[in-house]
Design a protein around this ligand. Structure first.
Ligand code: NAD
Length: 248
């Protein structure tokens, strides 16, 4: 299936590793030019080289720095003359007990997991609408459906982002722009492996008997960004191997 991504220009945030990297790889393999972002130059360059080896015909650019920085977001938005696809992603807020979180902790979480995505949308969405094509995908969390007590700041910031972006859908849908969220359940990435507290809560997936492969999310991301997905808009797409038992 040709997803129609050849020649499209995509921003992929927090793409050095994990889910962001898998989305960047899949978009590039499908022919999209990508600008990838990460906080460490060496790791980001390494990732860019590895993706380039898999997708030698596309342009791959890098912007080093945190998505929390306005200068980084502006550099991402300016990386190509036009941006057709925006994949918002960032590391998750730290786990812990809400009694211990300070106002600064909360502001940092809101900045990273909500405001950075909203600002990148602000910088790119009107250009997409003018050209009649745009795809915005936000990586959030299964915690949007089922809040996970130990990651309260994630529960809160993802929910805030979700409601904000879905409020934009009626304004942009008729202009060819879609906004959807991908909600990972437990996926095999550094975040899951490096956090004992999160692992305890997330890796128990008796339903699927395994955790997710980031490539599976990358493929879903590429499909959501394709021309075939133009009628999928304002959706929370949960990928958790069937762990969530509800019907909505
Ligand atoms: P990861 O830690 O494996 O990878 C995140 C990447 O983003 C890393 O390369 C990191 O250096 C980079 N990064 C972090 N903060 C950044 C920032 N502010 N600016 C730029 N780059 C930044 O994480 P992952 O598992 O791929 O998770 C991606 C997102 O999905 C996170 O928000 C995470 O909370 C969420 N999530 C993951 C899972 C899971 O099981 N892996 C489950 C639910 C939600």
């Amino acid at each position: 299936m040709d997803l129609g991504l050849k020649g499209k220009n995509a921003i992929v945030c927090a793409a050095s590793s994990g889910i962001g990297r898998a989305c960047a790889t899949m978009l590039a393999r499908e022919g999209a030019n990508i600008v990838i972002n990460g906080r460490t130059a060496d790791t980001l360059d390494e990732t860019a080289a590895e993706i380039r080896a898999l997708a030698p015909d596309v342009t791959i650019k890098t912007v080093v720095g945190s998505v929390v920085d306005q200068s980084v977001r502006e550099a991402l938005a300016a990386a190509f003359p036009q941006i057709d696809i925006l994949l918002n992603n960032a590391g998750g807020p730290p786990p812990g007990d809400f009694h211990n979180w300070t106002r600064d902790d909360w502001i940092a979480a809101v900045d990273q997991n909500m405001l950075s995505a909203i600002e990148l949308i602000r910088l790119t969405i009107d250009g997409m609408a003018e050209r009649g094509f745009g795809r915005i995908v936000n990586i959030t969390s299964s915690a949007v459906r089922v809040p996970i007590p130990v990651i309260g700041m994630s529960n809160a910031t993802r929910a805030g982002l979700t409601n904000f972006v879905f409020g934009l859908v009626p304004q942009y849908s008729s202009k060819g722009v879609t906004i959807n969220n991908l909600l990972p359940g437990p996926f095999d990435t550094g975040r899951l492996r490096n956090s004992k507290e999160i692992t305890m809560h997330l890796t128990k997936n008796p339903v699927a008997g395994r955790v997710g492969d980031p490539e599976e999310m990358g493929a879903m991301c590429a499909f959501l960004c394709s021309h075939y997905a133009g009628y999928i808009n304002g959706q929370n797409i949960l990928m958790d191997g069937g762990l969530y038992p509800g019907s909505y």
